[in-house]
Design a binder for this molecule. Structure first.
Ligand SMILES: [Zn+2]
Length: 676
């Protein structure tokens, strides 16, 4: 194939991928050539006659794998945001091959011998701090992949990685299939209770699915939650809730349940080969938390207070339900509905009254302007750049001097061919090693499109959250690509994203950007005050559903021998043991818990959000104590964290900003789990 865009230099604006020319059939030969090139690079590094130096080994590795990174980043961004049957088939085929390729590199004995030798004399090499950390983490990466094992164990590690890559891919595709497959098609008469924005979104979803004139509720969170919150039809709420919480686990060829058992067994075997008692011990060894004990201590510190708060909330909801004539205990599909009623009664706050003030375009501007005030960044839209879908908006990011920082892509709407959730990713990472390379960062959300698109308070928070990850990528100022942006420890990576959420809910922000989409009036001060007063409302529920998921994750991954596990029975056993209230489900049930099973990234790592929340609640308090949410000194300290990537230890970075280690009290206060 001569016209494969991956085999050319890209002359597009900012070096964006030439999406208009990339077709699915370009990927298999591109992956093949990229892996072959990488093998040749590795052989050249490992096989050279020169003794190992930092330059000819570590830096040479940093310089390798360019084509593979380019092909992979385009491919996996497309399979996440704009997939197709053709891409899904390639993903299934390429996943085990890539896993095998990576293991071939990590388990190369000659290469490892060079890294081992350098690591042994690292103190004599005259390395800078970032170089020292790079070498130490590279060495650790080899050890943790199995480079120090015997030949048989290495072969087994490779086989396990290949199989896991296939299972992760299948798991992800099954969830996508389940979400595409199911929809609730409604008539006008079925919409009782739904406010205008939810009706409009359901009409739009119907139109996109060829059912014009009807209304469709899908399994996207942005579609499900408004229906569960407002629909007076208990029967429909139950049907939707059941489909939503059981997605991915329906018996048949797309059932994820058997995959989970196999994934857990293979991970446990990997951990055993590497000398750990359980997979969680293996994973946590390379985190801020360091061990399962620290994680469990944190989770239990919030679990009991959260359960107590949820029990109080439940009483209020039950009383409300009784008052409205429900002669039954409230069920899980009732929680959001009655919570909204209680919220309205207690805080005189109506989600449908709030939402018209949260116009997507204004909230995007709020996110951009906040980055301007904190970090001196400017976002200028650049229409006409190549994109993979017309929904995507492209912005050039400039610093206060007007110099180019990077490119930011924003893809905000739910689509049938996009996976659920919200996430940040990149097409190119910042580095400054062989000349400056600027980042190309992407944010995906799954908002229901409207005219205009209106967000809930939570969705506006999600927008800021992902944008915080985006800034972590954009502000990166590191030398080596493998230390760039978000490539930090898993339980630190949520700090830059979560701390940024605090600026969304700051009164200063809301007074300026929460403007009514019809009248143009800013949010009335009494409504704003009620909105902020209600922030800790229903936090018992939110903390319980999250923490239960994190405890379930830890339970799965601390099993020493999960082979043959009955996953549904185990889930029941764990939720029973921890005392999960019957009216609340874990936030992600196992058959669609993509954090754990669509890849290894958050396996034994779902706690990371709460871990980082200790830091972000404590960190934001610094700005409040200063009495200025844009305090220049603190902002500069925060910017240093966003810029440092993985060049320094995360706790060192944090304490340099805050002046001390974080305390848990601010988190408990933010969630309303202790008296403020
Ligand atoms: Zn995040």
């Amino acid at each position: 194939m001569t016209d494969n865009p991956f085999f050319e230099a890209w002359t597009t604006p900012f070096g964006l991928p030439p999406f208009d020319r990339i077709r699915p059939e370009h990927f298999p030969p591109a992956f093949e050539r990229a892996m072959a090139e990488n093998v040749a690079e590795i052989e050249a590094i490992a096989g050279q006659s020169e003794p190992p130096t930092f330059a000819n080994t570590v830096e040479a590795l940093e310089r390798s794998s360019r084509l593979l990174n380019r092909v992979s980043s385009v491919f996996y961004n497309l399979t996440s945001s704009n997939t197709s049957d053709a891409l899904e088939a390639i993903a299934r085929d390429v996943a085990p091959k890539l896993a095998q390729h990576h293991m071939r590199v990590w388990l190369d004995p000659t290469l490892f011998a060079r890294v081992e030798e350098l690591h042994g004399k690292r103190d004599t090499l005259g390395l800078d701090t970032d170089q020292m950390r790079l070498l130490e983490r590279l060495h650790l990466g080899f050890i943790r992949s199995g480079a120090a094992l015997g030949a048989d164990a290495k072969a087994r590690m490779t086989a396990l990685s290949e199989r896991l890559a296939t299972l992760h891919t299948l798991f992800n595709q099954n969830v996508l299939h389940a979400e595409k497959d199911w929809q609730l098609v409604l008539e006008e008469g079925d919409l009782a209770g739904l406010p205008a924005f939810a009706r409009a979104a359901a009409a739009q979803a119907a139109k996109e699915r060829g059912a014009e004139g009807k209304y469709v509720v899908t399994l996207a969170r942005s579609s499900v939650e408004p229906f569960l919150t407002f629909s007076t039809r208990r029967d429909l709420r139950q049907r939707l809730y059941t489909a939503w919480t059981e997605r991915g686990g329906q018996p048949g060829e797309h059932d994820n349940t058997p995959l989970i058992g196999e994934i857990l067994a293979l991970r446990a075997e990997q951990a055993t080969l590497l000398g750990y008692a359980t997979y969680a011990d293996y994973r946590l060894d390379d985190t801020m938390a360091k061990d399962t004990l620290a994680v469990e201590r944190l989770l239990l510190q919030v679990w009991e207070p959260a359960k107590r708060k949820a029990a109080e909330e439940r009483e209020e909801l039950q009383a409300q339900a009784r008052a409205e004539g429900l002669n039954d205990s409230i069920a899980p599909w009732d929680w959001r509905y009655y919570a909204e009623k209680v919220r309205q009664a207690k805080y005189d706050l109506d989600e449908a009254e709030v939402k018209p003030y949260f116009v997507l375009a204004n909230m995007v501007r709020a996110a951009f302007d906040t980055a301007g005030r904190l970090f001196g960044l400017r976002f200028e839209e650049r229409p006409g750049c190549p994109v993979y879908h017309p929904d995507v908006r492209v912005y050039e990011v400039l610093d206060s001097a007007g110099d180019h920082v990077g490119v930011f892509l924003h893809d905000n709407f739910a689509r049938a061919n996009k996976r659920s959730g919200a996430w940040m990713s990149s097409f190119r990472d910042q580095e400054n090693f062989d000349g400056a390379v600027s980042p190309i960062i992407l944010n995906n959300n799954n908002f229901a499109r409207g005219e205009p698109t209106l967000l809930s308070f939570d969705e506006a928070e999600t927008l800021f959250h992902e944008f915080g990850h985006g800034l972590h990528g954009l502000l990166s100022k590191v030398r080596y690509p493998s230390q760039s942006g978000t490539s930090v420890r898993r339980d630190f990576v949520e700090f830059p994203s979560q701390v940024y959420e605090h600026w969304m809910s700051a009164p200063e922000t809301l007074r300026t950007y929460a403007v009514h989409h019809q009248t143009g009036e800013p949010i009335p001060e009494p409504l704003l005050n009620r909105l902020l007063a209600a922030r800790t409302f229903n936090q018992g529920f939110a903390t319980v559903e999250y923490t239960a998921a994190a405890l379930l994750d830890m339970a799965f991954h601390t099993l020493p021998d999960p082979a043959g596990l009955d996953v549904p029975a185990f889930e029941r056993e764990v939720t029973g043991r921890i005392g999960l209230p019957a009216e609340i489900a874990v936030r992600h049930r196992p058959p669609h818990f993509q954090h754990l099973f669509a890849g290894g990234g958050y396996a034994a790592g779902y706690y990371a959000y709460l871990w980082a929340e200790v830091l972000d609640a404590d960190g934001f308090e610094a700005f409040q104590e200063a009495g200025d949410l844009f305090d220049p000194t603190l902002a500069a300290g925060l910017k240093a964290i966003y810029s440092a990537g993985d060049t320094r230890d995360p706790m060192e970075l944090y304490t340099a900003f805050r002046g001390s280690e974080p305390k848990i009290e601010p988190l408990l206060k933010v969630r309303g789990l202790v008296e403020a």
